[in-house]
Design a protein around this ligand. Structure first.
Ligand SMILES: Cc1cc2nc3c(=O)[nH]c(=O)nc-3n(C[C@H](O)[C@H](O)[C@H](O)COP(=O)(O)O)c2cc1C
Length: 245
């Protein structure tokens, strides 16, 4: 399956059947995630499956299982970027298999499900068999997103996969500028949050950036991401890195 095909078809699924996902599919998940490489070294995340009954949520969920994604305590920020980058590819993979998924920021495994040694919870993801048939998205017009002119210094069709990426509360914190020396090199920026918004969106903001980069990676076989030692700043934006498409 070509993961990039799922970018215009996927959606967040919030209504599920109560049946657990079968073992064969879970084995495929394990094999798929084995093959994922992080965006940034030294901050590799891990996943666990948590029964819905062993976690608390602000919403009601029918699916009997969730993924919990964990990041190393010592490299939390890079870990969060990696979580979005690696597990959005899992999201596309699962939706391509006919499963529903939904990133869930407002979920917490119970104390008896302690994080792996040296790790802390980043975010969870609902997954399972969708209940009923929510209309599958067919085109970019089925998405509620900012326009292409709002996410970059100039409209560039190559950024369409990032524009359609999911983000917490659909906040779409990304912005892209073209390098003045090479238009195939783009600078990746994220919204600078106010102190108040940082409390509610800080963690999610980095995951969102990883998600958008995952969409660009699966759409561009030549995708390369680098991060200079010194990150430039703009008034309302923080530099995340540079990518070649
Ligand atoms: C990091 C992250 C956290 C999210 N947390 C929640 C959540 O707690 N509850 C929920 O219903 N949706 C959550 N979402 C889903 C977003 O609301 C959704 O992706 C966005 O509105 C765009 O819609 P779409 O995914 O259907 O394209 C989250 C998404 C992301 C990326």
């Amino acid at each position: 399956m070509n993961l990039s095909e799922m970018i215009t078809r996927r959606r967040s699924v919030r209504a599920y059947l109560p049946e657990a996902v079968d073992e064969a599919l879970l084995a495929e998940v394990a094999a798929f995630t084995e093959g994922l490489t992080p965006l940034l070294p030294g901050a590799e995340p891990v996943w666990r499956i948590i029964p819905t009954a062993d976690a608390s949520f602000l919403q009601k969920w029918q699916n009997p299982q969730f993924f919990a994604f964990y990041v190393p305590v010592t490299a939390e920020e890079d870990g969060l970027l990696n979580v979005g980058y690696m597990y959005q590819q899992l999201d596309l993979f699962l939706q391509g298999k006919g499963l529903g998924t939904c990133w869930v920021g407002l979920g917490w495994p119970d104390e008896k499900k302690a994080p792996p040694q040296g790790m802390k919870l980043a975010v969870m993801m609902a997954f399972g068999y969708p209940a009923g048939k929510e209309a599958e998205r067919k085109t970019a017009a089925d998405f509620k997103r900012r326009g292409p002119e709002e996410i970059a210094d100039w409209v560039d069709d190559r950024l369409e996969p990032a524009r359609l990426a999911p983000s917490a509360t659909n906040s779409q914190p990304w912005f892209f500028t073209h390098d003045e020396h090479d238009a195939d090199v783009l600078h990746v920026w994220r919204e600078k949050l106010t102190l108040l918004k940082k409390r509610t969106h800080g963690r999610m903001n980095l995951i969102d950036m990883g998600i958008a980069l995952a969409h660009l990676k699966v759409s561009n076989p030549g995708f390369v991401f680098t991060r200079p030692d010194v990150l430039p700043e703009k008034e309302n934006l923080l530099h995340v890195g540079m990518m070649k498409l």
